[in-house]
Design a protein around this ligand. Sequence first.
Ligand code: GLU
Length: 464
Amino acid sequence: MTRTRFAPSPTGFLHIGGARTALFSWAYARHHGGEFVLRIEDTDVARSTPEAVQAILDGMNWLGLAHDEGPFYQMQRMDRYKNVIQDMLAAGTAYPCYTTPEELERMREEQRMKGLKPRYDGTWRPEPGKTLPTPPSNAAPVVRFRNPLEGTVAWDDLVKGPIEIANAELDDLVIARADGTPTYNFCVVVDDWEMGITHVIRGDDHVNNTPRQINILKALGAQVPLYAHLSMILGADGLKLSKRHGAVSVMLYDDEGYLPEAVLNYLARLGWSHGDDEIFSMQQFCEWFNLDHITPSAAQFNTEKLNWLNAHYLKQADSARLAALVRPRLEARGVAVSDRPSLSAIINLYKERVGNLNELADAAEVFYIDLHPRADILVQYLTPEVMPALADFIAGAKEVEWDAAAISALIKACIARHGLKMPKLAMLLRVLLTGQAQTPSVDAVVALFPRELAVKRLSAVASK
Ligand code: GLU
């Protein structure tokens, strides 16, 4: 059974890079009918916060990346890690080391002066026939992993291809500190092993950890998972992704009015491709996604493309669903949403023309507030020649059938009677009713308003 995991450290929000890693891990499990595990790596107690855990859970939930198991919290698994350390000490694959931090520093300094790579010198490493120094009576040791001295550690990275590191390059890693707490790489290893992870999909900032993790897994007799290291995401300017271009919480995309399906579709194409396909559902993505078409080079963030996808998904989305997403945005602005006109009727008319949910809220807001069109826009459209036609329209509006077809006929009749071109009256109606000269089809916009409200807004200036 394929088992993947997403293992964020809760030291900040779920950002775009993390969300893509989560998406790929999730989709890989789905593709293979496997399981997706969520693991919170909270052992860095100084930097981990409950708020960050919540932000990660909220982000995953908003994106709809449901886990099959977890969330597991590493801080709740300390006893398990300590037991494995005891087992390794007993098996001789790990050993206590009493070298003090000061001694280590001196050792490294001497190595540097000799032009050597700084490393632990193996003083406390047991070897056949070697007599170890006598442990000091009042010092607690760290525990080191007994890394193989010879040979290489190699894996066929599912993104980067074959990677091989000489064991001579690797130190005997500290797996438990003097106070007994296990270290980062060790917890990851025990978890990947015990959680039966078959595919580790993660950011390539972890490539350097992988040979150490593989050696420990082998020492434990564990099945070594396959690894796929995803390359970084760069900003559009080719620089490391910063707050300015996307390294922000995925929840900020919610604030900015993006739909989760647009963000997911966008993330899916960050470093992965399926021919020329740009727009696809998550169901489609899970059917297609394997690790064969992930580019090993860095992906570039492109806000325009995200915006384009968002506009696409807004157009497609069910208006009632969008209304449920727009309503709280209006309420947060203090706008009282009524059902005359209904929010979903407004959205139905406007969703093809906007880029995000906040623009949709902007468009809907004018239907519910006490609107005062801006004076500079009014002077532009409220010309003496159009006033009689406006009065005519208001008179007719009190009587006609209140639907777009009848309103359209009324507009045409009014301009014909006063010898005007269509935009003269249509633009004025738009501005008086919505405050804006650009709207969807004028008859449809007028028809959205309850008749009395339309007449009231139009009469407010006509009588001046
Ligand atoms: N906790 C690590 C991080 O947030 C990920 C570890 C892993 O995926 O192995 O970067």
